[in-house]
Write a protein of this length. Structure first.
Length: 248
């Protein structure tokens, strides 16, 4: 059986929705939905919450998962996701946790502000990571009507021009004629410990180096993931998660 590690990231600061990771969503703290999703994945032998927010850490301990204090330097607006996850991984290796982590151990990053994700998508990511031998696996969704071909430039004077090329909308005016395009949806991000630690040979230096070289992805259904970045997202997620709602 695969022995994977889940690291739930729950930074305290947020300008769009203050305290969003512990904000009530459908009657529960937002982070509780992600903790439940991690617990439902049988691949995890360890589930940890990395946060600088005492409320999130208290919720983690109450839920029976490992609370890991995140240093302030890794919790401001400029902090990178992979830096925070690496620090959490290093803490898990040290006492009192003393987890054995090999270069190929699957590490799954989950965002605490994503209360709505399809059932089974976390396990699907871990399976694809292991079976394909990839460095990382990321979940995506179809972009729908927000397709890159329909992106335009708008001048200060209101002049419309193509974002790229010389033909507005690439000459396509029906959604069903657009080629498939996908965008990361924030539901799940899995990688090997070696990739997270920037130890994959040939990986391009920079903010995405922790994805490694061999990257895989899979598509969740359009609209099946909600991450909380605005007050409207809280309303949508609550409606989907409330019994009798779209996901109830």
């Amino acid at each position: 059986m695969t022995e994977a590690i889940a690291i739930i990231l729950a930074r305290a600061g947020s300008k769009g929705v203050p305290g969003k990771n512990v904000r009530p969503v459908a009657g529960r703290p937002c982070i509780a939905w992600t903790i439940d999703a991690a617990k439902a994945a049988p691949e995890f032998t360890t589930i940890a919450v990395s946060s600088d927010d005492p409320r999130a850490l208290a919720l983690a301990a109450e839920a029976g998962v490992i609370p890991l204090h995140r240093p302030a330097a890794l919790a401001d607006d400029t902090a990178r996701v992979d830096d925070a996850a690496r620090e959490a991984l290093n803490q898990l290796e040290r006492p009192p946790h003393s987890r054995r982590i090999t270069p190929t151990t699957p590490i799954v990053i989950l965002y605490a502000n994503c209360p709505v994700r399809p059932a089974g998508c976390i396990s699907a990511a871990v399976r694809l990571l292991v079976e394909s031998g990839a460095d990382s696996v990321q979940s995506y969704q179809p972009v729908g009507k927000h397709h890159p071909w329909w992106t335009a430039r708008l001048s200060d004077g209101g002049q419309v021009s193509p974002w790229e090329g010389g033909v507005l909308n690439h000459g396509v005016f029906r959604r069903q004629d657009l080629p498939p395009a996908f965008i990361p949806d924030g539901a799940v991000l899995a990688m090997t410990a070696r990739a997270l630690r920037l130890e994959v040979p040939g990986a391009t230096p920079g903010p995405h180096q922790f994805f490694g070289v061999h990257r895989r992805g899979f598509a969740n259904p359009e609209g099946s993931v909600v991450d909380i970045d605005s007050p409207l997202d809280v309303v949508v997620a609550s409606a989907l998660l409330t019994p009798g709602g779209a996901c109830g």
